[in-house]
Design a protein around this ligand. Structure first.
Ligand SMILES: Cc1cc2nc3c(=O)[nH]c(=O)nc-3n(C[C@H](O)[C@H](O)[C@H](O)COP(=O)(O)O)c2cc1C
Length: 241
């Protein structure tokens, strides 16, 4: 009996040893065995010391883009130059009185205005008619005096009628008016003198201008006071037509 028990114990021991030698295995809850795989060791590779310079980004594939057909450019309407006026008002005014009348005439006639500006402006002393040695007195005493004009010359083409205004100096036109009329060929243009004064009439001044001028069809002029009304000027203008 002892011998049987010993054999049984040895057999039991042997089975236990065999059981311990089996590879480990885990069991899922459902009992299916799953392999336990060891996590592979992660290796940290250091960045290479030398970094490669980035090369230029590869060029975009050139796809030839055809320009969108744009609408044919339409010519911007250029501003039409103002139609040339047919009436011109020319004026010399030393102290502004005749200029005021000239502006009224230009407004009535829708005319261009051209000012005769002396190259050497007239000072108060120049205009002193009580001084026999003043510039104006000397010029008026010299029928050949031709004071220079500073204003840009004007192109007279297209004008059909020219009003020409000035103050009366010693009963006549200032000599700078002679400078003006001798500088142009007025051709067939109708020339209409007008003047302002303290009291004197137009006298010979209009005729003097016609004699000095080259061309032009000269009408008798008229003298106005500086305060002449627009309606009086309109009546005069209407009477000329
Ligand atoms: C030098 C000179 C002479 C003048 N001679 C006369 C003249 O003989 N008769 C007259 O009535 N007025 C005479 N005046 C006055 C101007 O004709 C008058 O003031 C005119 O309206 C001035 O025009 P203005 O301001 O356009 O220059 C004379 C003025 C000056 C400066």
């Amino acid at each position: 009996m002892k011998k049987t028990i010993s054999i049984f114990l040895i057999a039991l021991l042997a089975m236990g040893i065999l059981a311990c030698g089996k590879p480990a295995a885990s069991e899922q809850k459902d009992g299916a065995p799953t392999a336990v795989s060891e996590q592979p060791e992660t290796t940290v590779t250091e960045a290479p010391a030398e970094t490669v310079e980035p090369t230029a980004a590869p060029e975009e594939p050139v796809t030839e883009q055809l320009a969108e057909p744009t609408e044919a450019p339409t010519a911007e309407p250029t501003e039409e130059p103002a139609p040339h006026k047919t009436v011109l008002v020319v004026v010399f005014s030393a102290t502004g009185t005749t200029m005021g009348v000239a502006e009224k005439i230009a407004a009535i006639e829708d005319a261009d205005l051209y000012e005769i500006v002396p190259a050497e402006p007239y000072s108060d002393a120049d205009l002193n008619w009580n001084d026999r040695n003043s510039r104006s007195t000397k010029e008026q005493n010299d029928t050949s005096a031709r004071p220079a004009i500073a204003s840009e010359p004007i192109d007279l083409s297209g004008y059909e009628r020219i009003y020409i205004g000035y103050p009366i100096w010693w009963g006549e036109e200032p000599r700078i008016l002679d400078t003006f009329v001798e500088s142009y060929d007025f051709g067939t243009i109708t020339m209409i003198p007008f003047c302002t004064s303290a009291s004197s009439g137009i006298g010979r001044s209009g005729k003097n201008l016609a004699e000095h001028a080259i061309g032009g069809s000269w009408l008798d002029g008229k003298r106005f006071s500086g305060s002449v009304s627009t309606s009086d000027l309109e009546n005069w203008i209407n009477g000329l037509k």
